[in-house]
Every structure is written in structure tokens, then in C-alpha cells.
Write a protein that binds this ligand. Structure first.
Ligand code: ACM
Length: 269
């Protein structure tokens, strides 16, 4: 069994110190095995240019990474958190994966959404799974808009993921149809840590861009059923226990197996 905690909150745009303090406060006293935080949870979301994104971003030795390493140690838990990553002259919309005991991995968002294409480089890490150091569970990572590309979750399932975690800054509600399908079609748990609140920025032409993030952080079981869900606006941590071993048998009747029945020779692309 494995305890997973999803953090839903409203980061303050451009104020990493405040955001890290808020994360620490929300998690005080939480006992868990995995903590999942939203996409870009250290900076907020609404970057308007590459220069602005670069100046807010940091690397794997930066303030955010150090904070999440300490958080992992304090909770003796794996931490997965979205952050703006600077690497040489590139800047990625990434997730830090921090394991207690210091090994650090980075997933870089594969499918950038909307204006992110002007602010970030396309992720080049590819998909991978991470073994939890203390529990029998393989965790795959995708970020927000990756949900729209079934190939992302399928790649993670083929790599053996029992649980797919998805740090998110979702601005529509259509994901509530698609995300559970990713769970069902791969027979994996899917955990969505979404943010809430709004961000308003002034654009170059003087008009305003307001984004409202749709909260509703949720853990779907391997049949795509929500086990627990936050509401659209509350700032909270939801914690639940799951049994990752239940995802390993991919059959759904005596004749069919989700992965073994695939016909890759007949698929296009
Ligand atoms: C998104 O990918 N942040 C919608």
C-alpha cells in the first residue's frame, strides 16, 4: 500500500519565497509516501515572454530544488513538483522528482500548451518511470496538457507505471473527461494535482489576460473512477492510500489484456 498526497493551492505569480512557504505550511504534519504538487508551483503560470520565464527559472541546484529535497527528507516521501527549469540557454516547463536520499530526476513537459510555446523550449527528457525507494510502486510523470496525447500515458504504462502523476495548471474542464480515460485505458492510477485561483497579466497591447485555474485535484483508480477530489477553489492537501499491485494484471476478462492485445503493426504514427 502507498499513501499519496496531492497539494492544491494558489501560487502567487513571481514570488517563489511566498510559494515555498505556503507549500511547507500546507504539508505540515502530513504523513505520506508521495507528495504531488501542481505545474509551475514555485513561480505561478502566466509568463508572457521567454526572457521573463528565464529570469524566474532555476536549475537543479537552485532554491526550489533545495527546498523540495528538504521537504522529501522531512516527510520521508518522494516529491514531484512543477517548476520553471533553466538549463544553459534553454528553459523548460519541468517537474522535479525528488527521492528521499537525494537522487533527483527531471521530467520536461513534452506537449506545451498555448502561450507556453513562446516562453519555454519543448521538453526533451522523454517519458520515464521512477521506482519508489521504499514501496513497491513505479511512478510515471506527465505534465498537464500531456494528458491530451494518449501516447504519453500509454508510454508510461508500457514502461511499467502503476501510478501516473500529473502536476497541472488546467484552465478548462475537458480534462475531467480525458484524464480518467488515461487511467482506464492503461489500468493505472492517475493523480492530478491541479492549482486553483486566477492570474491576471497585462499584455503588450494593453489588454488583460485573466486565467482561471480549475482546481478539482483528483485521484482516479485504474477504472477511471475518482477516489477523492478537491473542489474547484479550496487550498488543501488530499491524502489517500492506494494498492499499486492491483494495476499489474492488465486483463479485463478471460480473453483480453490491455497491453498484450495491442496491434502496433496496424497503428499509424
Ligand atoms: C496546461 O498545460 N497548463 C493547460
Amino acid at each position: 500500500m502507498l499513501k499519496i498526497s496531492l497539494v492544491q493551492f494558489t501560487p502567487r505569480f513571481g514570488d517563489t519565497s511566498v510559494n515555498l512557504r505556503q507549500i511547507a505550511a500546507l504539508l505540515r504534519g502530513v504523513e505520506t509516501d508521495i507528495i504531488v504538487l501542481p505545474e509551475l508551483c514555485t513561480t505561478g503560470y502566466s509568463f508572457l515572454s521567454r526572457e521573463e520565464t528565464r529570469s524566474a527559472a532555476d536549475g537543479p541546484e537552485g532554491k526550489s530544488a533545495i527546498f523540495f529535497q528538504q521537504l522529501a527528507e522531512q516527510h520521508n516521501a518522494m516529491v514531484i513538483a512543477g517548476f520553471a527549469e533553466r538549463s544553459g540557454d534553454k528553459v523548460y516547463n519541468s517537474a522535479l522528482i525528488v527521492l528521499p536520499g537525494d537522487e533527483l530526476r527531471i521530467y520536461r513537459k513534452t506537449h506545451l500548451f498555448s502561450r507556453e510555446k513562446q516562453c519555454f523550449d519543448e521538453g526533451d527528457s522523454g517519458f520515464f518511470v521512477v521506482q519508489h525507494p521504499l514501496k513497491d510502486c513505479k511512478i510515471g510523470i506527465m505534465i498537464c496538457n500531456d494528458w491530451r496525447y494518449p501516447e504519453a500515458a500509454r508510454s508510461l504504462a508500457l514502461l511499467g507505471a502503476d501510478l501516473i502523476v500529473c502536476p497541472s495548471n488546467l484552465v478548462s474542464d475537458v480534462w475531467r473527461i480525458g484524464m480518467p480515460a488515461r487511467a482506464l485505458e492503461n489500468k493505472v492510477y492517475v493523480a492530478v494535482a491541479n492549482r486553483c485561483g486566477t492570474e491576471t497579466r497585462e499584455l503588450e497591447d494593453g489588454s488583460k489576460q485573466t486565467l482561471t485555474f480549475t482546481g478539482g485535484s483528483v485521484l482516479y483508480n485504474y477504472n477511471g473512477e475518482p477516489l477523492v477530489q478537491a473542489d474547484k477553489t479550496e487550498q488543501r492537501v488530499i491524502t489517500l492510500e492506494i494498492d499499486p499491485l492491483l494495476t499489474r494484471d492488465k486483463s479485463f476478462n478471460a480473453f483480453n489484456d490491455l497491453l498484450k492485445d495491442r496491434r502496433p503493426g496496424l497503428y499509424v504514427g
